[in-house]
Design a protein around this ligand. Sequence first.
Ligand SMILES: C[S@@+](CC[C@H](N)C(=O)[O-])C[C@H]1O[C@@H](n2cnc3c(N)ncnc32)[C@H](O)[C@@H]1O
Length: 233
Amino acid sequence: MAPWAPSQLQRRVWDKRVDSWDHEGVPGLDKVVAAIVSAAEAAPGMSAVDLGCGSGQVSIPLAERGVQVTAVDVSPQMVQRLQDRVAGSEAEQAMTGVVCAIEDFTRPRASVDLVVSNYALHHLRDRDKQAVVRAAVDWLRPGGKLVVGDMMFGRGATARDRAIIGSKVVALARRGPGGWWRVAKNAVRYLLRVQERPCSMETWVRYFEEAGLTSVAATSVIAEAAVVAGVRP
Ligand SMILES: C[S@@+](CC[C@H](N)C(=O)[O-])C[C@H]1O[C@@H](n2cnc3c(N)ncnc32)[C@H](O)[C@@H]1O
């Protein structure tokens, strides 16, 4: 893997952000996690893949419900933190941590019941997001589900986009000079689509439907984030 590949940039970024993500995350992340776990309809004995698992915000609740989870992240530090968090618990038996870029990860055809992801896929280029959705459909058994929670907004074409971007700017600006610096940094990242590449809920629904998923449902959970779920026929 070339060191300048987008996933390797993410590895370097997230290896340094394990503590800050664990302690701060984003406001309302717990609601998005709860919406994903609810949409997943997890049951004991199921198998799941969590793409961009971080330190286990979604993987751990699934494992606690008796699901066998393959937790995938490009950051070795994140996977280590996940393993430390479950060490000695019942969830440890149900968890396999894998250090791998989402773009390179694969599973045998029709071998899993659930593919989930939270706040990770917006880091991928749009063509890679689409490829991951198509790949997930291939890994799912008939009746299996893909559930994606993430920041879902575009670059300002709609009133909803502008309201979300405006509220993020205000929240950061309130933090003073450190926040102003982050507004500037994030503006460059969102506009040039470097590191941060969210797309709208409508675009995600289209990716799901084009990949052949059915019963596709999109739910806005907090201002910036939504959950999209679909079933493999
Ligand atoms: C914002 S954190 C979200 C973590 C967790 N899913 C949660 O709900 O809190 C994004 C995670 O995605 C991972 N990530 C970003 N790009 C990735 C890629 N291309 N392949 C694998 N993991 C990636 C990062 O290492 C990080 O752990």
